[in-house]
Design a protein around this ligand. Structure first.
Ligand code: FES
Length: 263
């Protein structure tokens, strides 16, 4: 879908977990493919903020955000009916898998909600979905309900062991891998979360011979490829260094795990 810049009203804006809020906005006909993102204006702030939707239809879309600074704090106070401007859809999104294949969705922290949209879109392709939610503690487990709705199985991992497996998302994937393999179909991993989690998944995917697509959450300033503030290293056979820089906002945010040059 072609990128659009439009005015949108807040439909709802509620707290869903410790320091996490979920906002619904009018979509004015703009629908997202999983992995795409948008930029939303914050009243009294110059730069728009990038987020990935967790739900999308022609009338509204939703996203979950963590209050981490002044901008997101301001967002959390916006009442229903506030008008904001939205630039969407942006980014490349996840590649659609073969129908009837198997998918393992892996979310860490703020990266988890965007996988709820992917899970719903995979259901339409009759993909068997396993989901892993990684969180710090039971108070910050996000979208478990919606992922349960669209997944054959959901595994929760928490750093402190207050819910699910004590450990990280990669441990969660390891715990369901043999069950997912028993489906007997092609398997793909789709992940969104912090870089250390994506790095761990890259290693696991390589060891296990599984295709993995990783959505990066680099901090963005301009959000449209101009400032180079969101670059990551991508393998290059021709560059002397072995890598080139690519912009997460312009060339991603989704990259295949085999493309990433990890330091
Ligand atoms: Fe400016 Fe990506 S945020 S180039």
């Amino acid at each position: 879908m072609k990128k659009q810049d439009f005015k949108s009203k807040v439909i709802s804006n509620i707290k869903v977990a410790d320091n996490f809020f979920r906002m619904e906005l009018e979509s004015k006909g703009v629908e997202f493919s999983a992995g795409e993102f948008f930029q939303v204006s914050v009243p009294t702030h110059t730069l728009r903020r990038p987020f990935a939707p967790s739900y999308s239809d022609s009338e509204k879309f939703a996203y979950t955000y963590q209050v981490v600074g002044e901008g997101t704090d301001k967002l959390s106070t916006l009442p229903v009916g506030t008008e904001v401007s939205v630039l969407a859809p942006l980014g490349n999104g996840f590649t659609k898998p073969t129908p009837n294949s198997t998918a393992i969705l892996v979310g860490g922290g703020c990266g988890t909600p965007s996988l709820a949209l992917l899970a719903s879109q995979l259901q339409a392709l009759k993909v068997t979905t396993y989901s892993v939610i990684g969180a710090r503690s039971s108070c910050t487990v996000l979208e478990e309900g919606s992922l349960n709705k669209f997944s054959k199985k959901v595994v929760v991992t928490t750093d402190d062991g207050s819910s699910g497996i004590k450990g990280h998302s990669v441990n969660g994937v390891e715990s369901i891998l043999s069950e997912a393999r028993a489906e007997g179909t092609e398997i793909n991993i789709y992940a969104c979360g912090p870089a250390p989690m994506l790095r761990g998944l890259s290693i696991l995917a390589k060891t296990e011979g599984i295709n993995a697509e990783l959505s990066f959450e680099e901090r963005m300033a301009c959000g449209f490829g101009a400032c180079m503030g969101c670059v990551i290293k991508i393998n290059s056979e021709t560059a002397e260094t072995g890598f080139v820089f690519k912009r997460v906002c312009h060339d991603g945010p989704v990259f295949n795990s085999t493309e990433i040059y990890w330091d």
